[in-house]
Design a protein around this ligand. Sequence first.
Ligand SMILES: Nc1nc2c(ncn2[C@@H]2O[C@H](COP(=O)(O)OP(=O)(O)OP(=O)(O)O)[C@@H](O)[C@H]2O)c(=O)[nH]1
Ligand SMILES: [Mg+2]
Ligand SMILES: [Zn+2]
Length: 279
Amino acid sequence: MTGRITRSLSGFYTVDTGSEILTCHARGIFRKRGIAPLAGDIVTVTKNADGTGSITEVAERRNMLIRPPVANIDTLLLLLSEATPKTEPFVIDKMVAAAVYRGIEVILFVNKTDLAPGSGLLEIYKTTGHPLLSGSALTGEGISGLRPLIARKCIALAGNTGVGKSALMGALDTSRTYQTGEVSERLGRGRHTTRHVELTRLRDDVLAADTPGFSALDGLETIPPSELAGCFLEFRPCLGHCRFAGCLHREGQTGCAVREAPIHPSRYGSYLRLLEESL
Ligand SMILES: Nc1nc2c(ncn2[C@@H]2O[C@H](COP(=O)(O)OP(=O)(O)OP(=O)(O)O)[C@@H](O)[C@H]2O)c(=O)[nH]1
Ligand SMILES: [Mg+2]
Ligand SMILES: [Zn+2]
C-alpha cells in the first residue's frame, strides 16, 4: 500500500493511505541509508498482524524543508504580524528565498490586523510577486481570500512563535480547535505551543502542516551567491540586464539593473545580508 505520512513523533509515523490511518514504524534500513522519514513523505507500507504498519519505502521527495521539517509541500504559507510578536523582515526574506530556491510557492499573510494594520509589512511585500494577504485569524477577516489560493494543496504554515499559525488553522477549519497559546506565557518559557509536525486535512481538500514557530533558521543550506538574486522574485526581470556579467548587485556596483530598479530597501538589504552569509 502507499500512503502519506501525516505525522512523525518519537519514531512513530501516522500514515494516511486514503482508506485507513495506520500507526507505523520505519524499517531499520532507513537509518542505515541515513534517511529519516518526514511528514509529507509518500511511503509504501505493509500491514503487520497487530494492525500497525511498517514503512518499507520512501518515495523520492519533490522538495523538503528542514524547519519546519516537512516534505513534498506545494505552498509555504508564511505568517507575519506587526502586533506581538513583531515580524522581522529579514527572517521572512530568508525563509522566502529558501522556499523559492526549492521551487516552493510562497504566500504571505499579515495576521493580527485587528491589533495592528501591518501597513509597514504590506508596503515591503506588495511588490515581491508573492501573493500577499492580510487579516485576522481571530476575527476571520481575510480568510475567505486565502481559501482559493490554497485549495487542494499541501501547505506548511511558518512564522515566528505566537504569530497565529495554529489560530489560522482553526480559522481555516472551524470544525476543529487547535491548541493556541498566550504569547507572553510562551515567550517567557521559551517554548512553543506546537511541538511536532502534523499534516491535517482541512476543508477544500487542503493538507496543512501546522509547525512549531521558528526562532532560528538553522538547517537551511546557503544559497550559492550566483543564484541568490533569482530567489528574490522581484529581482528576476533585472537579471541579465546588468552591465557586467556575473554582477552580484552589490552597493556601489555600476550599471547594475537591480540597483536601478524600484526594489524596496528592506528587501535589498536582506539580499545583501544573505549574500554576505553565502560568500
Ligand atoms: N488579536 C489577535 N490575536 C491572535 C490572532 N491570531 C492569533 N492570535 C492569538 O495569538 C496567540 C498565539 O497564537 P498561536 O496560534 O498559538 O500562535 P502560533 O504561531 O501557533 O505559535 P507557536 O505554535 O508557538 O509557533 C493566541 O493567544 C491567539 O489567540 C489575530 O489575528 N488577532
Ligand atoms: Mg502553534
Ligand atoms: Zn547587478
